[in-house]
Ligand binder design. Structure first.
Ligand code: B12
Ligand code: SF4
Length: 342
């Protein structure tokens, strides 16, 4: 049988998209339809741009490396439940974060299924994890969702380094789908920054990672927040390996830390802090309580994080260690209560 007569090939030739392609008439995908699809599949907001846009310049090489035929990018935002993220209990906040990530995965899967049926090829990279671990300790992620979210109009960078959406503010998670088709129009960035420069993220971050001038101490955040992942995990393993016996191990690692590792390994990664997101009043849906009664806002939203008793993971001798020591009151230092570097 000639290849052209094979049932798979004849079926392929008859598919509408390929018939158009054969006539040189393949249409661009319509922006409005693609966005409607993303929303139908559960996205809370979405935006689309072509790979040629200048905002993609610094990522284009990485994007082409993972998907050589990519032409356009769909960025998706999923709104998080602010009440959960604002809960000082880590289990409630982490649960919300995991649910948000689950939603991103399901929405990406649904959009991909619909587009695939219509002969549009889609690459759906991870929202964050898993990452390219053989690139550790370098840049291990292939797509940086935040600058793309800015380019498609989903928000702007806040002082807290998160993308602040005009409606749901900091309470959102992001992902990007790469497609192999051109789109008939591009989205554009929003023309103002939802950040109101209240600096509550600076006041709430337990590690001093966010500075008033916008400088972000990556390592302060990474060392504490990611204690159960990557470098923090390696450090834990080395402590086990370097312990003479169980007593020695317990001297080096608290029981709380051991059970936290168990939880992250078994149930899903836990973050030690999401306070810079939690306290942020930006966005039309969140600003009300901050504008109406700032004192009450501080008492109910900001203070619970500042007063939380917890261990903060820092590198000995680092700027983060000095910051943590400075923020523990002399009385607390005596009683050993509240924040303490671990
Ligand atoms: C690496 C990483 C981290 C690292 C480094 C964070 C960072 N700032 O880059 C660490 C471990 C610290 C981290 C922590 C967290 N992360 Co994280 N992280 C990532 C990851 C994998 C890549 C981020 C990235 O691209 N960094 C490089 C560049 C883009 O970021 P940048 O350093 O901020 O550089 C930009 C600024 O300088 C910016 N810029 C321009 N103008 C302005 C103006 C101002 C005022 C400022 C401040 C910046 C700024 O320009 C640069 C971009 O070109 C993404 C997932 C992904 N694949 O995209 C998630 C991601 C960024 N993380 C996210 C979240 C939610 C968090 C945490 C809240 C996690 C938690 N639950 O505790 C914290 C928040 C920490 C913080 N305040 O930033 C979300 C952010 C969602 C959002 N709405 O913005 C993402 C997108 C995951 C997701 N899929 O939703 N994260
Ligand atoms: S907490 Fe305030 S300063 Fe920080 S990002 Fe949100 S609005 Fe901006």
């Amino acid at each position: 049988m000639r290849l052209e007569d094979h049932p798979t090939v004849t079926a392929y030739r008859k598919r509408p998209a390929n018939a158009e392609k054969a006539k040189g008439e393949q249409d661009k995908v319509k922006l409005i339809e693609l966005k409607a699809l993303a929303m139908e599949c559960g996205a809370d907001d979405a935006g689309i741009i072509s790979l040629d846009r200048p905002e993609v310049d610094d990522q284009r090489k990485d994007l082409l490396a993972i998907f050589p035929t990519v032409q356009s990018l769909i960025v998706i935002a999923v709104r998080l439940n602010a009440a959960n993220i604002r809960c000082a209990s880590r289990s409630v906040s982490d649960y919300e974060f995991l649910l948000g990530m689950d939603s991103l995965k399901h929405i990406s899967r649904k959009i991909t299924a619909v587009l695939q049926k219509n002969d549009v090829r889609v690459l759906a990279p991870p929202w964050g994890f898993p990452m390219e671990m053989d690139l550790w300790p370098g840049k291990m992620w292939m797509v940086s969702h935040k600058p793309l979210a800015v380019a498609v109009g989903l928000g702007q960078f806040g002082l807290n380094r998160l993308i602040l959406h005009p409606r749901f503010g900091a309470f959102n998670v992001l992902t990007t789908l790469l497609i192999d088709r051109k789109v008939d129009a591009d989205d554009i960035p929003i023309d103002y920054n939802p950040c109101i420069d209240c600096k509550l993220c600076v006041a709430a971050c337990p590690t001093g990672a966010i500075r008033e001038d916008g400088y972000f101490y990556f390592s302060n955040c990474f060392t504490h927040n990611y204690r159960d992942r990557m470098g923090g995990f390696s450090d834990w393993v080395e402590k086990i390996a370097g312990s003479k016996n169980a007593f020695d191990y317990r001297h080096k690692v608290s029981d709380k830390e051991t059970v936290s590792m168990w939880q992250s390994l078994s149930y899903g990664i836990c973050n030690k802090s999401t306070y810079c997101m939690a306290v942020c009043p930006a966005g039309e849906e969140n600003i009300g309580p901050f504008i109406d009664d700032r004192k009450a806002y501080n008492r109910t939203v900001v203070k619970p994080f500042q007063e939380k008793e917890e261990s903060i993971f820092v590198i000995p001798g680092s700027d983060a260690e000095a910051y943590v020591k400075k923020t523990v009151s002399p009385q607390d230092r005596q009683t050993g209560r509240k924040r303490a570097p671990a």
